[in-house]
Design a binder for this molecule. Structure first.
Ligand code: NDP
Length: 458
């Protein structure tokens, strides 16, 4: 394992501070391209901030911020329905607690390894900061695949996962939530096991069922929030969702509620996808069918065309970006929209893209959007509504008082409007007006940086 440090790198020559930290991060974390990509994107946009604030380099803040405070990796043994012993790997990366207890979702997907969890945890620090709530950054999960497993298998896995995780989390320490593959069912199984192991009933997990401490709007929050954010970008162009054609990738939690809110604001969603392929319905996709297929029956999206004759199904996910639209909301997974797809969207007249998923657009795609003046909302800002409402769930749990749907939705909307405002103002302050990628990174970073500086050697 390489043991590069800033001191050794400094001795090697006169590289710029940001470049040195990028080099060290890549050496220290080999074989983790998603983490490198996330760090690259954030640190590169911080260059003007580092120049303007010399104490960032003096206090070696960047090298500290890219190093997680704590990384936990554990074995998760479980028994399948045939009685066979299975084993998966569990992760929790507690990245940064400068602003509050660690907070971030759990992802269950076969592609999960430490590099994915680190990229998500790193992004989470700045996303949580942008919400204006007191939350540090963390992420966790497992390479377990819930797809095709029975309810009992998922339950046994979740219980085993919690048998280790419970030692490391707590309502004032670290509060996990859902992500890909972890929805209400999984959170409930984990909460049940937490309660059994600790005798505590508190807000240790968010995304809980409404009967046992969950918050209204949490299910809808990431999708709704993404649309609220996108609406702010559209307003800046004197536009709105009314009459717009929208493509939403994915058909999970984020995608479903992005569809719902975009439709409520007057748009028509014509395409959605899952990891096998995508559907196109020129009349607009019927959300009730999608919700039943994906949330209740847990089926593949291709089944949709059996019920809606105006719809077509195509194998493969990337083709969804060939469909002509005014607004694109990539809401499935990382790096699902590449440079070529971005060029096609621009050619087809797309004016706004907001990332419902984490890092769904490759760096090449982001450049295409910015170069062509497409309004672009990066995930750490545009999808922050999920964690923001998790923060609201924590507040309600501490108060032991549930808030109404309207009250919570209004708070979510205000948070998204404020995130957009902070990102926009930061982009203007640092001479990159309209660049919400840089603006979000800078606004999110500054608050964490100030807290870390104030807290001393952390
Ligand atoms: P879900 O598991 O509910 O849905 C994920 C969707 O993306 C499914 O349609 C899934 O298809 C599809 N998908 C997953 N992996 C791939 C892949 N490799 N290629 C193509 N499609 C894929 O997850 P969420 O909706 O919760 O999360 C989606 C994204 O949003 C993630 O990036 C997540 O990190 C991000 N996010 C989620 C938040 C939340 O509150 N849930 C908060 C902030 C960000 P299939 O069913 O075939 O697997």
């Amino acid at each position: 394992m390489p043991t590069a440090t800033l001191e050794s790198s400094k001795a090697e020559g006169k590289m710029e501070y940001v470049d040195k930290v990028l080099e060290i991060t890549k050496k220290r974390n080999p074989g983790e391209p998603e983490f490198h990509q996330a760090v690259d994107e954030v640190l590169n946009s911080l260059r003007p901030v580092v120049k303007k604030n010399p104490e960032i380099e003096q206090l070696n803040l960047l090298e500290r911020i890219v190093e997680p405070e704590r990384q936990i990796i554990f074995r998760v043994p479980w028994q399948d329905d045939k009685g066979k012993m299975q084993v998966n790997r569990g992760f929790r990366i507690q990245f940064n607690s400068a602003l509050g207890p660690y907070k971030g979702g759990l992802r269950f997907h076969p592609s999960v390894y430490i590099g994915i969890i680190k990229f998500l945890g790193f992004e989470q620090i700045f996303k949580n900061s942008l919400t204006g709530l007191m939350m540090g950054g963390a992420k966790g999960g497992s390479d377990f695949d819930p797809k095709g497993k029975s309810d009992s298998e998922v339950m046994r896995f979740c219980q085993s996962f919690m048998n280790e995780l419970y030692r490391h989390i707590g309502a004032d320490t670290d509060v996990p939530a859902g992500d890909i593959g972890v929805g209400g069912r999984e959170v409930a199984y984990m909460f049940g096991q937490w309660k059994k192991l600790t005798k505590l009933f508190n807000g240790v997990l968010t995304g809980k069922g409404l009967d046992f401490g969950g918050s209204l709007v949490r299910t809808e929050a990431t999708g709704y929030g993404c649309v609220y954010f996108c609406d702010e970008m559209l307003k800046d162009r004197k536009e709105s969702f009314k009459g717009k054609t929208v493509v939403v990738s994915g058909s999970g939690n984020v995608a479903i509620y992005a569809h719902q809110k975009a439709t409520a604001l007057g748009a028509k969603v014509v395409a959605m996808s899952d990891s096998n392929g995508y559907i196109y319905d020129k009349n607009g996709i019927n959300l009730n069918t999608i919700k039943r297929l994906k949330e209740v029956e847990r089926k593949r999206i291709k089944e949709y065309v059996n019920e809606h004759k105006s719809a077509e199904y195509q194998e493969g996910c990337n083709g969804i970006w060939q469909i002509k639209c005014d607004v694109a909301l990539p809401s499935a997974t990382q790096n699902e929209l590449d440079g070529n797809a971005a060029k096609t969207l621009v050619k087809n007249g797309c004016i706004a893209v907001a990332e419902g998923a984490n890092m769904p657009c490759t760096p090449e795609a982001v450049k295409v959007f910015l170069d062509n003046k497409v309004s672009f909302g990066p995930g750490k800002a545009a999808n922050a509504g999920g964690v923001a409402t998790s923060g609201l769930e924590m507040s309600q749990n501490s108060q032991r008082l549930p808030w109404t749907f309207e009250e919570t939705d209004k708070k979510l909307n205000t948070i998204m409007v404020n995130i957009h405002k902070s990102a926009k103002e930061a982009s203007e302050e640092y001479g990159m007006p309209g660049n919400l990628v840089a603006g979000s990174n800078i606004a999110g970073f500054m608050k964490v940086a100030r807290a870390m500086i104030a807290q001393g050697l952390v």
